[in-house]
Design a protein around this ligand. Structure first.
Ligand SMILES: Nc1nc2c(c(=O)[nH]1)N[C@H]1C(S)=C(S)[C@@H](COP(=O)(O)O)O[C@H]1N2
Ligand SMILES: [Mo]
Length: 330
């Protein structure tokens, strides 16, 4: 038996991922150097140009070109760098689609659709769409209860610099409209509680969070791996024996929605997050469950997940609909 064969399979996989990761870091550095060389004049031109959605149009086109390059060059499984926990910051709040009312925590369930042998699970229901989420305007908040601090909308607008600066759009954050992947009534599936999810092993990750608007912060996340979730609640095979290629997620009211390739969901750093900075998620950071994937931009990291559906039809995706790259790869 060679030295390599005696190692557990996961260890050699990890080593390969790390090697690929180092390669990616070098390439990103080269791209950054080129971008810096393009200089201040270009930056001024970008700032002065028209805005489309979240960012200046010119910057968005450049990012889309980079996304195409990254798809061609980079291994989807390359690991994003991690940091010592001391470097973690308090992540700012950005993007409130689907979060404008406080969700009552006891009314939360995770709808899961497309699970193999779903009827054999105790959480099986014949129609997940009849589940009623309940909301509060938040004014009756109890001291120290992180679920009820959400202020009414006008206060949110004043507090959030991004929202405050985008007042020239009539509905800047709801422009993509309803999801084409919304579930039809009568869709069977599972209704999971947070306890059902918390039974899976917890993982912690300190990674850089990057928003396509051009800011980034190091944050400390903990939750369960999407990979473990997929094992606990595996997708049903299609009649031809193959697995569905996509995962679709949306907020409880369906206002924000994101589509993922199965490969992203199986990435070892893709987490279903329950805690940030050691504390349970707050409402505006996506309580009780959000997605974190350090290999993708922030707009792929949905807050307040209400539905996870396995599907073989490429799902609708809020920002892709508005012209942003589906892969959103870093
Ligand atoms: N439900 C929901 N999730 C969302 C968004 C949103 O508007 N609604 N915005 C996305 C974007 S663009 C970013 S940058 C991150 C911001 O996460 P944060 O508020 O925790 O910093 O959330 C992402 N997930
Ligand atoms: Mo973002």
């Amino acid at each position: 038996m060679s030295e390599n064969e005696s190692k557990p399979a996961s260890e050699s996989t990890d080593a390969r991922i790390r090697a690929a990761s180092r390669k990616q870091t070098r390439r990103s550095f080269t791209l950054a150097t080129l971008a810096a060389a393009a200089g201040y004049g270009l930056y001024r031109w970008i700032e002065a140009g028209p805005k489309i959605g979240m960012q200046p149009a010119a910057l968005r086109r450049a990012i889309q070109a980079n996304a195409a390059v990254s798809r061609a060059l980079f291994d989807e499984r390359a690991l994003a760098p991690t940091y010592p926990v001391e470097r973690a910051e308090h992540l700012r709040i950005n993007g409130l689609i689907g979060l404008k009312q406080a969700l009552l925590p006891e009314s939360w369930r995770l709808q899961v659709v497309g699970v193999a042998n779903e009827a054999s699970f105790p959480q099986y229901v014949p129609d997940v769409t009849t589940w009623k989420y309940a909301y509060s305007r938040g004014s009756e908040s109890t001291e120290g209860d992180h679920f009820t601090f959400i202020p009414p909308e006008p206060v949110i607008n004043r507090l959030d610099p991004i929202l405050a600066s985008s007042q020239d759009h009539s509905h800047p954050y709801e422009e993509a409209g309803q999801s084409k992947s919304a579930l039809p009534a009568g869709t069977p599936g599972l209704l999971l509680t947070l306890d059902d999810i918390a039974k899976l092993p917890t993982h912690e990750l300190v990674t850089e969070f990057k928003c396509v608007e051009g800011w980034s912060q190091i944050a400390q996340w903990s939750g369960i791996r999407m990979l473990d979730f997929l094992e606990a609640f595996p997708p049903a095979k299609k009649p031809d024996g193959t697995l569905p290629r996509y995962v679709y997620m949306e907020t409880p009211n369906g206002d924000y929605y994101v589509g993922y390739d199965m490969a992203v969901c199986r990435h070892p750093q893709t987490l279903l997050v329950t805690h940030m900075a050691g504390q349970p998620l707050t409402q505006l950071h996506g309580a009780p469950l959000r997605l974190h994937t350090p290999t993708k931009y922030g707009y792929k990291q949905i807050k307040r997940i209400g539905l996870i559906a396995y599907t073989d039809t490429k799902p609708d995706d809020y920002w892709t609909k508005l012209g942003y790259d589906w892969y959103a790869g870093l």
